[in-house]
Design a binder for this molecule. Structure first.
Ligand SMILES: Cc1cc2nc3c(=O)[nH]c(=O)nc-3n(C[C@H](O)[C@H](O)[C@H](O)COP(=O)(O)OP(=O)(O)OC[C@H]3O[C@@H](n4cnc5c(N)ncnc54)[C@H](O)[C@@H]3O)c2cc1C
Ligand code: FES
Length: 276
């Protein structure tokens, strides 16, 4: 019998970690080991997370496919499903279906330098790709990671950030909009970090992920610096229902964000008539 495409699989929560203010990271495994065997995903893809009796929400996979056997989701509690998830503890179950969406290019960017610009929880899908790239470090040029959040308490993945900054030929810069007493690093929007790094623009691909206003201004900065429209890659958030290209909730022009995205180049978005 064919499986109902809308039926979620059950996954067990193995670990819950406080990631930042209002953001938790959940480590999930399928009980029957299926995650290990058949759940292949690419960085930039997402799953539809189900909390039984509450509903579903699309969530990016933040773990990297190089780490087999589990899945990590970092989730901000903003509404029905995400608040219900935050109440869950290790040992409890959630439903999930996927992976969905196109994901980031990986093979195609080998040989290039890579610039990541993330804002807040927007670092979650980028983290998956960053860790995949560092697992194949010799295939890439310089790696620059610029990351910002509104306040220091909203910065995610600080363990990864510390590790990334120490790896060869890579640079990590942080910034916050509003510092606290202890903050001794950069202050300002994340785009203000761009003049602080050295880039070989012609050979660099830029991945930008975060709140829409941040994406807008960072893309303008990158274009001014000389990046081509096809060298700027971003992810689009839309309210989604099916995640499968069936319900028509998420379209941009003739494209479905759940199917043809959520990853698009700036050039593609312009062609679709999306004003970002
Ligand atoms: C591809 C993709 C990947 C994502 N990845 C992540 C991730 O990794 N981590 C993460 O935390 N989030 C992620 N999100 C965002 C997440 O899916 C949304 O925040 C989702 O709405 C949360 O579901 P919820 O039921 O908790 O919130 P909802 O109850 O849907 O509410 C979310 C927000 O939307 C508002 N809202 C509710 N209904 C409507 C409506 N009809 N129209 C407009 N606004 C409304 C609410 O007031 C609230 O502010 C992702 C979204 C997409 C599309
Ligand atoms: S969410 Fe249904 S078509 Fe994209």
């Amino acid at each position: 019998m064919n499986k109902n495409i809308y039926a979620p699989d059950l996954a067990i929560i193995n670990k819950v970690r406080d990631e930042a203010e209002g953001i938790k990271t959940f480590t999930l495994e399928f009980e029957d080991g299926k995650l290990e065997e058949s759940f292949d995903y690419r960085p930039g893809q997402f799953i539809e997370l189900t909390i039984v009796g509450v509903g579903e929400a699309p969530i990016s996979i933040t773990s990297s496919p190089v780490n087999k056997g589990y899945l990590e989701l970092s989730v901000a509690a903003v509404g029905k499903v995400t608040r219900a998830l935050h109440l869950k503890k290790a040992g409890e179950f959630v439903g999930l279906r996927g992976p969905y969406g196109n994901g980031f290019a990986f093979e195609e960017i080998k040989g290039k330098s890579v610039l990541f610009v993330g804002g807040g929880i927007g670092l979650a899908p980028l983290r998956s790709l960053i860790n995949q790239i560092f697992a194949y470090r010799d295939n890439f040029g310089k790696i620059d990671i610029l990351y910002g959040a509104r306040t220091p308490g909203l910065l995610c993945f600080m363990d990864d950030i510390e590790k990334w900054g120490k790896l060869k030929n890579s640079e990590v810069l942080l910034s916050v909009d509003v510092p606290d007493d202890k903050w001794q690093d950069n202050v300002g929007v994340v785009g203000s970090l761009l003049p602080k790094i050295e880039l070989d623009i012609e050979n660099t691909v830029a991945f930008v992920c975060g709140p829409p206003i941040m994406i807008h201004f960072v893309i303008l900065d990158l274009l001014k610096m000389g990046f081509g429209e096809e060298q700027i890659i971003t992810t689009m958030e839309r309210r989604m229902e099916c995640g499968l290209g069936k319900c028509g909730h998420c379209n941009i022009g003739k494209s479905y964000v759940c199917l043809d995205g959520p990853v698009f180049s700036y050039q593609q978005l312009k062609e679709l008539g999306e004003n970002i």
